[in-house]
Design a protein around this ligand. Structure first.
Ligand code: KG4
Ligand code: ZN
Length: 354
């Protein structure tokens, strides 16, 4: 285990992030958002992302260090997201982390981005009025926790048998849940990313106005599939005469029904999973985890589950910032994975690390 502050970097997609963590405590977590740059394209434009990461990385790291009130002499290691993600974007973070590690003579810890999302629930806020030097880190044992990762790139059920020992029990066979929300949101002209807009619009709409199909009910696996919902939405919109003819209420209803369909699919598979697997806790991570309706539906599903464990506890990240792509979760994961003897998540660097 690394004893002391870690400087962590994540440039996996469209946000440049740097954080300083110590154990499970997050001392600073800075995110330079590129959302406005990509909005005109309706998605992430790789070369624009790469250029923006290049411009933002140094000031973002400097700000994270400043906010955490640490100096390079205090830092014990540099952690960086090695993937999965957008290759040109990842490269910028990895190269900068390599430079810092060699300049300041610090070990470099490559971290799997999904492992970061999974372990984001373990992050703790720094207690106010306490210096990081006075924080002692205890690492409570983890056993049979089920992580539900719901993001723009991934939707999966991962069982953490113990620290570092992961088993993917199910995952999307095509689009991710966030991607599905974004794509249907695009059909409704809700801009990019559409997930948060859908959440707001859904509050004003009827989730049962349009009944979407429930995918993969005849398969016994815990895998998910979202491409069918996307096609259903396109056909339904056409049948209704196109988005142009929809009144405001029609858009709200479409958004509410979409959100309900996307989450209902996760709940259906999760309830089956909880019936058979020995799960003591459910962890929620990823960008879509910021959604309050998803959290409420998850709580209900867990409460009603007739599983081996009665009422497993639900853990969510302590702040929404830890749901989206951020380096705080990468720093926390770096501590966890260096505590574990082995981790079954691939940690072989995709670029040659010094
Ligand atoms: O984890 P994340 O920041 O990036 C990936 O690793 O993919 O997740 C981004 C995704 C996008 O699809 C975005 O629309 C969705 O998370 N998202 C939301 C909300 N906030 C972000 N979806 C639904 N409700 C939200 N409040
Ligand atoms: Zn992510």
């Amino acid at each position: 285990m690394i004893r002391g502050p870690i400087l962590a970097i994540d440039t996996s997609c469209d946000d440049t992030s740097a954080a300083v963590t110590i154990g499970r405590y997050v001392l600073s977590n800075v995110i330079a958002s590129q959302t406005e740059l990509h909005r005109p394209y309706g998605g992430v434009f790789p070369t624009v992302a790469k250029q923006a990461h290049r411009e933002n990385i140094a000031p973002t790291v400097d700000l994270a260090m400043k906010k955490a009130r640490v100096k390079w002499a205090d830092i014990k290691a540099v952690a960086v997201t090695q993937g999965p993600g957008l290759a040109p974007a990842l490269e910028v973070g990895i190269e900068y982390a390599q430079e810092l590690a060699s300049q300041y003579q610090k070990p470099l810890i490559p971290v799997n981005h999904i492992e970061g999302h999974i372990l984001s629930v373990l992050a703790l806020p720094k207690p106010q009025r306490k210096s990081w030097r006075d924080l002692s880190t205890t690492m409570p044992k983890i056993k049979n926790a089920l992580s539900v990762v719901v993001s723009g790139g991934h939707t999966e059920f991962v069982l953490i048998e113990k620290l570092g020992k992961y088993k993917v029990l199910g995952q999307t066979l095509d689009d991710a849940a966030g991607e599905c929300l974004d794509k249907i949101g695009r059909m409704l002209n809700l801009g990019y990313p559409a997930g948060p807009v859908i959440e707001e619009f859904a509050k004003l709409g009827d989730p049962k106005a349009i009944i979407f199909p429930l995918p993969l009910t005849t398969t016994k696996t815990y895998d998910l599939s979202y491409s069918g919902l996307k096609t259903f939405a396109r056909n339904k919109l056409e049948e209704m005469g196109g988005v142009e003819v929809l009144k405001k209420q029609g858009i709200y209803d479409f958004a509410a029904s979409t959100q309900y369909a996307v989450f209902r699919h996760i709940m259906y598979k999760l309830s089956k999973l909880l019936e058979t697997e020995n799960v003591s806790q459910v962890w929620l991570g990823g960008g879509v985890a910021a959604n309050a309706t998803l959290r409420r539906m998850l709580r209900e599903t867990i409460r009603n589950s007739k599983g081996q464990v009665t009422n497993p506890k639900l853990l969510v990240p302590y702040t929404k910032k830890l749901c989206m792509d951020n380096a705080g979760m990468i720093g926390v994961a770096a501590t966890e994975i260096t505590t574990a003897i082995n981790t079954s998540f691939e940690r072989k660097p995709r670029l040659k690390l010094a």
